[in-house]
Ligand binder design. Structure first.
Ligand code: KIV
Length: 273
């Protein structure tokens, strides 16, 4: 099957092959049809409609206020613009606290156009992962700095620097793979820990602020395009690719995809030790 512009559609099998061949893939969080079309046509393999929309689109100071209705609304738009990328839908805060709710809400995202859904958490999401996968809904497990738990972490901080916490993350990643997760996403973890987890898992691992060794990278489109409100200090892992582009926004997405595919992004200046 091919996409609207003739490029082969990206599926979970495609990403698995990338991992096996040691090829990198790029991913970006987008929230509407226009950017979904530009990013996917620029060669970005995975689009996420993330609950980061609460911060970059709605202006909240965390992702907690985002609702299922918000994600379904933005996912529908992104699905209409998408040209062959794998489309991931984010399960917002408190939308997966019980079996029934998890199945119902994941089903809503799949009906809105998602190919895979994303859940934040460690061992406690293993059961939900198994439940969803058994019913045909692929899962990306998001670990490390999980923004829905920001109040427990006490701020946006690198996770897994402490050896016991790092070991726990390695164990939980293996547990989620065992439960059937198709992708693991690591946010804000030290380079060496992300490398260990990526090497130990057979499934593709996507990183944000997790160094250069993960199989894929993900960025929020506002960060990639340098859309930064004056009140916001971008984290270390952010790079403005619009500055590298002579062809505008599409060029910025292409520059990002090219840098990820070629292994030049992220560099040490974007990574944590
Ligand atoms: O919601 C989101 O956009 C995300 C990415 C930052 C990974 O979870």
């Amino acid at each position: 099957m091919s996409s609207h512009d003739g490029r082969a559609k990206i599926t979970l099998t495609t990403l698995q092959r990338y991992k096996e061949r040691g090829e990198k893939f790029a991913s970006v969080a987008v929230y509407d049809a226009s950017f979904a079309e530009i990013a996917s046509a620029a060669g970005i393999e995975v689009l996420l409609v993330g609950d980061s929309l609460g911060m970059v689109v709605q202006g909240h100071d965390s992702t907690l206020p985002v609702t299922m209705e918000d994600v379904v609304y933005h996912l529908g738009m992104a699905a209409r613009g998408n040209r062959g990328a794998l489309l991931m839908g984010d399960m917002p805060f408190m939308s997966y606290y019980s079996e029934g709710l998890t199945l119902e809400n994941a089903g809503r995202l799949m009906r809105a156009g998602a190919h895979i859904i994303k859940l934040e958490g460690g061992r406690w999401i293993a059961e939900s992962t198994h439940l969803l996968v058994e019913r045909g809904i692929p899962v990306c497990a998001h670990m490390g700095l999980t923004p829905q738990s920001i109040n427990r972490f006490g701020g946006f901080r690198v996770q897994g620097r402490d050896p016991a916490q790092a070991q726990n993350m390695i164990d939980e990643a293996a547990m989620l793979e065992q439960a059937g997760a198709s992708i693991l996403l690591l946010e804000c973890v030290p380079v060496a820990l992300a490398q260990t987890i990526t090497e130990r898992l057979a499934i593709p691992v996507i990183g944000i602020g997790a160094g250069p060794h993960t199989d894929g990278q993900i960025m929020v489109m506002h960060d990639l395009l340098g859309i930064t409100p004056p009140s916001f200090k971008p984290p270390k892992f952010v790079k403005n690719f619009l500055l590298d582009s002579t062809t505008g926004i599409r060029g910025a997405f292409e520059a990002y995809a090219g840098a990820v595919h070629g292994g030049s992004f992220p560099g040490p200046e974007h990574s944590y030790t």
